[in-house]
Design a binder for this molecule. Structure first.
Ligand code: NAD
Ligand code: DAU
Length: 340
């Protein structure tokens, strides 16, 4: 298969490309990535060394540029698309929604237009559980849960999901939407909870926990999510939506304590800070449909996953350092400066 992956220099995309190329000898991947603050070509240095240029090609560019997408489709005879590219951080969407609308909404539509014009055989759109909004203490999100996004980020992802649905209904484009819970694992940008807490704890800096720390996320190891996306690509029904989750619901404070324990650092580093506005209380995924139709089952339990993840960040301090640019530090100072 000849696959266009977008956002492949980000956290999940880079894990997906590495895993797919190592297990499918007949696969070629073109990675279209704009290299925003969250995209890092270094995350795929080993892949470039092993597979470029025969089975791996990097193209720097914006998914909102339909002409570039069409050019890549033609030049590389692309058969399918997996769209990971997005602005992904909820806190950034609260300070400025514009890039989220540009990439997640307008960018997705531009890519759909190019896919339709070229006649792409399958378009997998990677979405999120956040489009469903927030749960109370009971119940889980199913694919039939109404969309009720609460942040500019999740609203932009819900908008994209609706445009993907429309491309399937109106033009018959073969689309599949995946919605996954919170990922963790190697190569995650250190603005997200787990690598942020790791990096601050290592530097003996205070760990900012929003609100009362009792918000719950359903954590899934990135390798399990990637396997789900692969299954959706190869076996998903046209027009279908599939939920993926890790069966590992944890309050944030428990996750932070687990990281401190793994590092042998004191809990006195924890600081409860001003809550995130519109902070969703709880996410939990019912992924029965993906298990039944695709054979999806998460393999990692959280204890093993977090131990491996902490070990990876410990061994890859240079990677962590290399992605923390001046602009990153500016955002962090501004955001956390207002919350202490
Ligand atoms: P990330 O922020 O780590 O990476 C995003 C990547 O997209 C970066 O490489 C960036 O350079 C690229 N990008 C951004 N705008 C672009 C544009 N206009 N054109 C081309 N490339 C662009 O994101 P992630 O955490 O790997 O998430 C990937 C996808 O998975 C996103 O669509 C996200 O909504 C979804 N998702 C993430 C999670 C999670 O826990 N991280 C969970 C469920 C779904
Ligand atoms: O659920 C899937 C989503 O998970 C993805 O769609 C998003 O792209 C991804 O960013 C993630 O969103 P969250 O907002 O859940 O992830 P984040 O790592 O930002 O926060 C996880 C939880 O930890 C959340 O309840 C907020 C809290 N938190 C986060 C940060 C950064 C803190 O308490 N302190 C922090 O400093």
């Amino acid at each position: 298969m000849r696959l266009l992956v977008t956002g492949g220099c980000g956290f999940i995309g880079s894990n997906f490309i590495r895993d797919m190329l190592s297990r499918h000898d007949d696969l070629t991947i073109v990675n279209l990535d704009a290299l925003t603050y969250a995209g890092n070509r270094q995350s795929l240095a080993d892949v470039e060394a092993a597979y470029a240029p025969e089975r791996y090609v990097f193209a720097r560019g914006d998914i909102a540029n339909s002409e570039l997408a069409l050019h890549l489709f033609e030049r590389h005879a692309i058969e399918a698309v997996v769209n990971f590219a997005a602005e992904t951080h909820v806190d950034r969407s609260i300070t400025d929604a514009a890039p989220f609308i540009r990439t997640n909404v307008a960018g997705t539509q531009a890519l759909l237009d190019a896919a339709r014009a070229f006649g792409i055989g399958r378009f997998v759109h990677v979405s999120t559980d956040e489009v469903y909004g927030s749960l109370g203490p009971e119940g889980k999100f199913t694919e039939d849960t109404p969309l009720a996004p609460n942040s500019p980020y999740s609203a932009s992802k819900a908008g994209a999901d609706l445009l993907v649905r429309a491309a399937n209904e109106t033009y018959g484009l073969d689309t599949v939407i995946t919605r996954c819970s919170n990922n963790y694992g190697p190569y995650q940008f250190p603005e997200k909870l787990i690598p942020l807490m790791f990096s601050r704890a290592m530097a003996d800096e205070a760990l900012p926990v929003y609100g009362d720390g009792a918000n719950v996320r359903d954590w899934i190891h990135v390798a399990d999510h990637c396997r789900g996306v692969e299954l959706a690509l190869l076996k998903g029904r046209p027009g279908a939506v599939y939920n993926f989750g890790g069966d590992a619901e944890k309050p944030n404070i428990e996750v932070v304590r687990a990281i401190l324990a793994a590092l042998g650092k004191p809990e006195s580093l924890i600081r409860f800070v001003t809550d995130r506005p519109g902070h969703d209380r709880r996410y939990a995924m019912d992924f029965t449909k993906a298990s039944r139709e695709l054979g999806f089952t998460p393999q990692y339990d959280f204890t093993r996953g977090i131990a491996e993840t902490v070990a990876w960040y410990r061994q890859n301090g240079a990677w962590l350092e290399s992605v923390q640019s001046g602009a990153y530090r500016q955002f962090m100072d501004k955001w956390y400066g207002g919350r202490a």
